[in-house]
Design a protein around this ligand. Structure first.
Ligand code: PEP
Ligand code: MN
Length: 398
C-alpha cells in the first residue's frame, strides 16, 4: 500500500518558482493520476545510494553527477541515453583510477524536466510571454500556446522518466555494452512540487516516506531557504538529498539546512553542491566548509563548476569556458586540501553528444551556434567531459 504525502494543514510554507497552472481542476486530475502511478525508483535503491553517499561524506569515495541542464521530450532516445551513460562511466573510471577511490555515478536523468528561472517572463520583439520552465511545465517554442503551463506535461514527464529508467536498467543489466553490470543512480532538482508530492510514498518495509521520482533529489540555489516548501518537502523524504549552494550563502543558512535536513547527523543523507563561480570559490567556500565541519555535520561536498560560470557568447547564446570550469574545480580542491576536508565530487552539465555549447577543449567561440541544442544551460560535450575528467584526475591524484 502506498499513501500520498500530504502537507500539514497548518503550515503552508512558501513555494517559490512554481508554474501558474491555468486550471485547478485539470491540475487535480493530473496529481491524482500521478498519485495512483507506480514509483519509478524503489526505496531500497535509495538506501543503497545513501550508503554510497555516506562513503563520500567520510572521504572513502567520490561522486560523479552529470547530465543535461534540462532533459527534453524531443531529445530523448536510446542513443542519447546510452552515450550519456558511457561518457559518465568512462569519466568515472578515469577518476577512480587516479584517486584510488570508488566513484559513485549519479546521472541528472529520468526526471530533470523542470527549471527555475530568474525572470518569470521573456520579451522578444515586443511580445512578452511566460518563461520556459522545462518540458514538465511548458514548451520552449516562443508562442503563447507553447508557453502556457499545462499540467498534462507532468504525466508526459512521468512516462518519459519511466521509459528512460527502463532503458537504463536494460543497459545496466545485460546489454553486453560498456554499461553492463555497472551501478547507476538517477537524480533531478525537486522543483515541481505538484509532481514530487504525489510521487512520494510510504515504504511498507519501514514506514518511512521516500520519493519515488528519483534516487537523489536536490533543492536549487533559488529554492533553498530552510523555511520554504522545497526544503520542507526534502525534510519529509528519506532519500539522500542535496542542496545547491551559491556564493551568497551564509554559514548560518547552511547550519539551518543541516538542522532541517539532517537532524540525526547521518553521513550520506545530505550533500552540499557548491556552485560559487571560479572567481569566488577560493574566498567564499572555506568559511562554509569550516562552519559545517565544526558543527559536526557529516555532509558530502560536491563542486558544480557550471552554474557560477555562465557568460554570453557574441552570438547571444549562454556559454561556459572550459578553462573557467576547470579553474573552479581546481579552487574547490585547493580549499578542501587547505582545510583537510574531502573534495567529494563533481557535478556537471554534460551530454554524450558532440554539441558546441561550451567553449574550449576543441570548441571555438565562433563554433557555439553550430550545434547548440540545449533547451536551457550549455553542456560540456563528450570530448570536453572526458578532457575535464582527465585533468581533474591529475589534480586529484594523491
Ligand atoms: C541547475 O542545476 O540546472 C540549476 C538551475 O542550478 P542552480 O540551482 O545551482 O542555479
Ligand atoms: Mn542548469
Amino acid at each position: 500500500m502506498s499513501t500520498l504525502l500530504v502537507s500539514s494543514p497548518t503550515a503552508a510554507p512558501k513555494a517559490l518558482q512554481q508554474p501558474a497552472w491555468p486550471d485547478a481542476a485539470v491540475l487535480e486530475r493530473v496529481t491524482e493520476r500521478l498519485g495512483a502511478g507506480l514509483p519509478l525508483v524503489l526505496a531500497a535503491e535509495c538506501d543503497t545510494l545513501r550508503r554510497r553517499m555516506a562513503a563520500v561524506a567520510r572521504g572513502d569515495a567520490f561522486v560523479l553527477q552529470g547530465g543535461d541542464c534540462a532533459e527534453t521530450f524531443r531529445d530523448l532516445s536510446l542513443d542519447t541515453v546510452s552515450r550519456k551513460m558511457d561518457t559518465l562511466f568512462a569519466t568515472a573510471d578515469e577518476l577512480s583510477e587516479a584517486m584510488f577511490l570508488p566513484v559513485v555515478v549519479v546521472a541528472r536523468l529520468a526526471g530533470q524536466y523542470a527549471k527555475p528561472r530568474s525572470q518569470p517572463v521573456e520579451t522578444k520583439d515586443g511580445v512578452t510571454l511566460p518563461s520556459y520552465r522545462g518540458d514538465a511545465v511548458n514548451g520552449l517554442e516562443f508562442t503563447a500556446e507553447a508557453r502556457t503551463p499545462d499540467p498534462h506535461r507532468m504525466l508526459q514527464m512521468y512516462a518519459a522518466s519511466g521509459a528512460t529508467l527502463n532503458v537504463v536498467r536494460s543497459l545496466l543489466a545485460e546489454d553486453g555494452g560498456q554499461a553492463a553490470c555497472r551501478e547507476l543512480f538517477v537524480s533531478h532538482e525537486a522543483l515541481l512540487l505538484d509532481y514530487e508530492r504525489p510521487l512520494a510514498r510510504t515504504d511498507a518495509r519501514t514506514g518511512e516516506t521516500y520519493s519515488g521520482s528519483g534516487h537523489l533529489l536536490w533543492a536549487g540555489e533559488r529554492t533553498r531557504n530552510a523555511d520554504d516548501a522545497h526544503i520542507e518537502f526534502l525534510s519529509r523524504i528519506s532519500n539522500p538529498v542535496a542542496v545547491k549552494v551559491g556564493p551568497r550563502a551564509t554559514p548560518q543558512e547552511l547550519l539551518a539546512l543541516v538542522d532541517r535536513l539532517d537532524p540525526g547527523r547521518e553521513p550520506g543523507r545530505l550533500t552540499f553542491i557548491a556552485r560559487m563561480g571560479a572567481d569566488r570559490v577560493r574566498d567564499a567556500l572555506p568559511d562554509l566548509v569550516e562552519t559545517v565541519a565544526a558543527a559536526g555535520a557529516p555532509v558530502a561536498w560536491v563542486t558544480d563548476p557550471m552554474h557560477g560560470n555562465t557568460v554570453s557568447a557574441p552570438s547571444g547564446h549562454k556559454t561556459r569556458h572550459f578553462d573557467t570550469v576547470l579553474d573552479e574545480v581546481t579552487g574547490f580542491f585547493e580549499v578542501h586540501r587547505a582545510l583537510g576536508t574531502h573534495p567529494g565530487g563533481l557535478h556537471l552539465e554534460m551530454t554524450g553528444e558532440e554539441v558546441t555549447e561550451c567553449v574550449g577543449a576543441g570548441v571555438g567561440l565562433g563554433d557555439v551556434p553550430r550545434r547548440y541544442e540545449s533547451a536551457c544551460d550549455p553542456r560540456l560535450n563528450r570530448s570536453q567531459t572526458r578532457e575535464l575528467g582527465r585533468l581533474v584526475a591529475e589534480l586529484a591524484t594523491p
